[in-house]
Design a protein around this ligand. Sequence first.
Ligand code: ADP
Ligand code: MG
Length: 363
Amino acid sequence: MDAAANTAVEIVALTKQYSVDIPPAVDQIDLRIASGSYCCLLGPSGCGKSTTLRMIAGHETVTHGDILLENRNITRLAAAARGTAMMFQSFALFPHLSALDNVAFSLKMKGVAKAERHRRAAELLERVAMGHLAQRKPGELSGGQQQRVALARALITEPRVLLLDEPLSALDPFLRVQMRAELRRWQKELGLTFIHVTHSQEEAMALADTMVVMNHGLIEQVGSPHEVYNFPGSEFVARFMGGHNVLQTAAGPIAVRNDHMKIAPAEQAGASGLAATITDVEYQGTYVLLGLQLAEAPPGTKSVAVLLHESDFLARPFVLDQQVLLSWDEAHARVLRPGAQRPAPRKAQPPKTRRDELAAMAG
Ligand code: ADP
Ligand code: MG
């Protein structure tokens, strides 16, 4: 039972079907999220991230399956009774209320007396280093300060799990990078479990202990940013994470990181590999990115990219329209699966052990 003891949220065969004539938005997904971890749900628009988060929050009904919080089945509990709290896009603070009243708001709704709710709100604002600005309105606070107020407001219900749906996506790029560092720091300091939805692989890699890559309502891969980036399991993950070339070989599709590609002038003695032409040379500072077209591109192979360290490029520059040969070490090639498969129709599927256990728990 060790795994269960360290699990904050467990999702079992979770399914959301908005309408019978379209595929499920979330299709029988299974997932365990470790206590005190930063988990990012990552995937393209429409893949089912927000639906999954809203089902955990209790803002969306579940079609099939179960959600457990610290081994308690919360699938059919009201949102306020779950032990979760939600932080929304661009923090969604009430502009006419002070920071203190924003934080105290949900206690007011619960009928907690003014002195008590102000005491607890002030305590939380101290905790996120905002005590001295408690009387300011959101418009008088910086982006970072507003984020801390939003965090305090979510924490006042003493949640076990904080849910965040694209909290940074409305911010300008500079502020977004600052704010994500703050989120990460607060998550570690508070020791809470965060589940953060984003469509940005860069944001997920910067924040997550565990990344859950979704596509078409299915989970493609779960792992640390290092694992997912270095060992993409499927063609979809390799393409979505970026930084990889997906190459068709006799052994099937493989992924090779752009910076693991070897490139040599076609006329260089002893050079071998795939013939290609340089179509783009982009200076990026630390790196130079080369775009290439393969001479014999199998169907489905798009252009290939090679990332060279600036010093390597300067030592031996490549130029537009140059003929080159591309190769890679076998050790750097990752064999790919085609992608996550839709589960078989439920009738045909043998029951899962965990699902049976839960059914038994429910009596
Ligand atoms: P994401 O957050 O990954 O962008 P969503 O979970 O919002 O994706 O949506 C997943 C799929 O479910 C999409 O095809 C979307 O159009 C559909 N969907 C989302 N919300 C609803 C709804 N309330 N009614 C019907 N379809 C919905
Ligand atoms: Mg969404």
